[in-house]
Ligand binder design. Structure first.
Ligand SMILES: CC(C)(COP(=O)(O)OP(=O)(O)OC[C@H]1O[C@@H](n2cnc3c(N)ncnc32)[C@H](O)[C@@H]1OP(=O)(O)O)[C@@H](O)C(=O)NCCC(=O)NCCS
Length: 161
């Protein structure tokens, strides 16, 4: 079955996917809390906010599926009218290293061209192997994040918005 990436509909049509996404966001939260126990409560708050936004039908959620099976997700949001911030990127463990994460990020880069933004940014724990994943997609180190042991990585995009 081919992998498809699409933006989640804000209507109720995607409600069945939303409940799977909540489970996946829980898994993402636990893996991040394990990596950064010093930020466990902040990660909890951030995850709660993501789930609340998801359930309220906000736009900007990209999902990767194979048929009805959910493989991964990422959330994109416009910040300061100049950059897209990615959050919640997660690929189900049995679906990793098959290009799912890359497809999600490439779809985000494509969608970002319709926003008034010239770059995409993501905050990542410096020890997370995801740093190599972002590098493979053209992201580079931008600065240290305000949280210890985290960095911000960015990639430039061509905005049409
Ligand atoms: C990071 C993550 C999203 C990558 O998703 P994925 O679908 O496995 O990524 P891809 O298959 O598209 O990988 C593309 C390339 O990125 C690099 N890469 C991906 N995972 C990597 C890892 N664990 N270590 C080193 N390089 C990695 C490789 O160059 C890979 O190409 P290759 O498989 O041909 O060597 C996934 O591992 C994940 O969900 N991790 C847990 C959550 C997380 O850390 N999210 C990021 C929060 S900021």
């Amino acid at each position: 079955m081919p992998i498809t990436v699409r933006e989640l509909e804000s209507s109720t049509a995607d409600d069945h996917i939303r409940s799977q996404l909540v489970t996946m966001l829980e898994a993402a939260k636990h893996s991040e809390q394990k990596r950064a126990p010093h930020l466990a409560s902040l990660i909890e708050l951030g995850s709660d906010a993501l789930v609340a936004g998801l359930l309220s039908g906000e736009a900007g959620w990209l999902v990767a599926q194979s048929g009805d099976k959910l493989l991964g997700l990422v959330r994109m949001a416009l910040h300061d009218h100049s950059e897209i911030i990615l959050s919640g990127l997660y690929v189900a463990s049995q679906s990793r290293r098959k290009g799912v994460g890359s497809q999600l990020i490439r779809a985000a880069m494509k969608a970002a061209c319709y926003y008034p933004a010239n770059k995409i940014a993501v905050m990542v724990a410096e020890q997370n192997p995801a740093v190599h994943f972002y590098q493979a997609l053209g992201f580079t180190f931008a600065r240290r994040a305000k949280f210890p042991k985290y960095i911000v990585m960015e990639v430039q995009i061509n905005s049409g918005g």
